[in-house]
Write a protein that binds this ligand. Structure first.
Ligand code: GAR
Length: 180
């Protein structure tokens, strides 16, 4: 029962997964400078960074096969995986996105929701398909934007929900795989 986590940046979701005690085999990144790599190293989890997407995907496949990995978890991984990779790992790759999909896809969902002036948005965990921020939805949580919010407080609310929701869903999926 284990996962690999793919990141591109700060890795606060990775941190929440680590803090929840979920066993992580590897943390991989397309960005050598991703701070999340340091978070993993602090916990003695092997890391690998590879900016070339195809090479990264090859390494992920090799390591997942060699280590019987159950789930590939995207946590702020900002690249679109290739169709070949996605079809190889159908229903084994999940992503978290800071909006109620299908609204506000892409890399700037929080800012775009704020600028649009929505009163209700949230967080989505979904299986990954070939499209950006698409695929069957596993879970969604609502976040309300109130008059008192600033972009900063709104962003904090979103991240707080993400950091609780993602580990919960990962644990559930791993449990379900174990009992099937
Ligand atoms: C998170 O808010 C995550 O939902 C978002 O990137 C952030 C990464 O933060 N992902 C997407 O926008 C995917 N389209 P983190 O590196 O601190 O976990």
């Amino acid at each position: 029962m284990s996962i690999v986590v793919l990141i591109s940046g700060s890795g606060t979701n990775l941190q929440a997964i680590l803090d929840a005690g979920i066993p992580i085999k590897f943390v991989m990144s397309d960005n050598h400078n991703a701070y999340g790599l340091e978070r993993a190293e602090k916990r003695n989890i092997p890391t690998l960074s590879q900016p070339r997407l195809k090479s990264l995907e090859k390494s992920v496949t090799k390591l997942c096969k060699a280590n019987n990995v159950d789930l590939i978890v995207l946590a702020g991984f900002m690249r679109l995986l290739t169709p070949g990779f996605v079809s190889k790992w159908k229903n084994k790759i999940i992503n978290i996105h800071p909006s109620l999909l299908p609204a506000f896809k892409g890399a700037h969902a929080i800012k775009e929701a704020w600028e649009y002036g929505v009163k209700v948005t949230g967080v989505t965990v979904h299986y990954v398909n070939e499209q950006m921020d698409e695929g069957d939805i596993i879970a969604q949580k609502i976040v309300n934007i109130t008059k008192k919010d600033t972009l900063e407080t709104f962003e904090e609310k979103i991240h707080k929900v993400e950091h609780k929701l993602y580990p919960t869903i990962i644990k559930k999926l791993l449990n379900d795989q174990n009992t099937n």
